[in-house]
Design a protein around this ligand. Structure first.
Ligand SMILES: *[C@@H]1O[C@H](CO)[C@@H](O)[C@H](O)[C@H]1NC(C)=O
Ligand SMILES: *[C@@H]1O[C@H](CO)[C@@H](O)[C@H](O)[C@H]1NC(C)=O
Ligand SMILES: *[C@@H]1O[C@H](CO)[C@@H](O)[C@H](O)[C@H]1NC(C)=O
Ligand SMILES: *[C@@H]1O[C@H](CO)[C@@H](O)[C@H](O)[C@H]1NC(C)=O
Length: 380
């Protein structure tokens, strides 16, 4: 009895130790996780690395034309920026190649898959032509099943539970809502936010039920302060479109609460919420603090803030995109994404919480394996 209790405590301690955040040396920035960790990526144009190149869409949902891609790849890849995305920088930090788009022919799933599709929303109505979040989820399920077939049930479970699941979604839904329901009542706006948060939470739960354990969730950015919106609303000074900002603020705080609740209910559930809203707004308001010369005007486009550009119209292109926070009216430049990726990776405050991405990738995630490999002792 005493002996078995001791064994139990010993096992428990080992188990708890395996859950603790590994110690991280402050000066060793290049350190990479010891283990191979795949990344599964979902959401919209912030993360889309080229899926929309493979579907029949209008030019506004695509970035497969010059000058997208001009600085790093030197050709348009489908990424809505001049170079790499946040998820590309993160892949490099963990010592892996860029995670390939799901629709790219002949991809290998072992490093993960990028399911994101520019224009995608939580609700299919937001942009029915692209790969909606629900379709991205069923594409992921297909990948999970075929991974099991290829490497076996046990290895697949290990890969899926160690993987990090990154999501950026919501901004397009709020654009859709404020564009289509300009006269909505406060009650209708609140109801929309509640449905959004409920559906995002359901999406995360679905992934969990398929073996996902580690989530990196980009919250919704300050849409109303981005150059495309300020231009279409003809806002001057530091004016922002307030209706969507208010809705998004509610969305972000309710999502944080809901995800925290999931953590307390679901065994082994770990997450990082990346506060894209706060940090992007700060970058917009204080560009010089981040090394930018310009955060009101986009690098590429036309109009009041050089913020409209759908590939076919005339546009002006800045000489040095790294001086600009925004490449087009909606999307940060590669330089902006690099700073964001570094913050999400290393941040010790509330910008990436409760874990930053480095800690999230390093976390040992074993609940599924545990139940298979360890005989849980019995006690009276
Ligand atoms: C692509 O979509 C356009 C507009 O919806 C349509 O006219 C065209 O036939 C489609 N092309 C293909 C190859 O499906
Ligand atoms: C996928 O890549 C991994 C490592 O990069 C390699 O070991 C594996 O054989 C590849 N699988 C296929 C089906 O090509
Ligand atoms: C919203 O209200 C304004 C004026 O109150 C009206 O002109 C407009 O048509 C309304 N828009 C919609 C979509 O109902
Ligand atoms: C998801 O959104 C729909 C509306 O599109 C709503 O009816 C449903 O209740 C939402 N789900 C949750 C869990 O909130």
């Amino acid at each position: 009895m005493a002996a078995s209790k001791l064994t139990f405590n010993f096992l428990l301690l080992n188990f708890l130790a395996s859950l603790r955040i590994p110690e991280i040396s402050l000066c060793d920035r290049s350190r990479q996780p010891k283990r191979h960790v795949a990344m599964f990526i979902f959401g919209d144009s912030i993360f889309d690395a080229g899926n929309n190149n493979y579907i029949n869409l209008s030019v506004s949902d695509r970035a497969n034309y010059w000058p997208y891609g001009e600085t790093f790849f030197h050709f348009p890849t489908g990424r809505f920026t001049d170079g790499r995305l946040i998820v590309d920088f993160i892949a490099t930090k963990i010592g892996q190649p860029f995670v390939p788009p799901y629709l790219q022919p002949g991809i290998n799933f072992t490093n993960g898959v990028n399911f994101a599709s520019a224009g995608a929303g939580v609700f299919p109505d937001t942009d029915p032509g692209v790969i909606t979040l629900g379709m991205q989820l069923s594409n992921f399920k297909n990948v999970a099943i075929s991974t099991e077939e290829q490497i076996g049930d046990k290895e697949a479970k290990k890969l899926l539970s160690q993987a990090v699941y990154a999501t950026s979604v919501g901004a397009n839904d709020y654009s859709y809502f404020v564009d289509n329901y300009p006269n909505a009542t406060q009650l209708e706006r609140d109801e929309f936010v509640n449905n959004m948060v409920g559906n995002v939470t359901d999406f995360v739960k679905e992934l969990y039920n398929f073996g996902a354990r580690k989530f990196a969730i980009l919250n919704v950015g300050p849409r109303g302060c981005q150059p495309a919106v300020r231009q279409s609303e003809e806002l001057r000074g530091d004016g922002c479109e307030e209706v969507s900002l208010q809705m998004i603020k509610k969305h972000n705080s309710a999502t944080s609460k809901a995800i925290k609740e999931l953590e307390s209910k679901l065994s082994g559930f770990k997450y990082s919420i990346l506060d894209f809203y706060t940090i992007l707004l700060d970058m917009i308001k204080h560009p010089k603090d981040y090394g930018f010369k310009e955060s009101s005007y986009s690098c590429c486009g036309y109009g009041m803030y050089n913020a409209a550009h759908w590939g076919i119209e005339q546009y002006t292109l800045c000489k040095n995109p790294s001086e600009y926070l925004f490449f087009d009216g909606w999307h940060p430049t590669e330089h902006g994404y690099r700073i964001l990726a570094d913050l999400f990776w290393n941040d010790k405050s509330s910008i990436a919480a409760p874990y930053n991405l480095r800690q999230l990738f390093d976390l040992e995630s074993t609940p599924i394996i545990l139940s298979e490999e360890y005989e849980v002792p019995h006690y009276e």
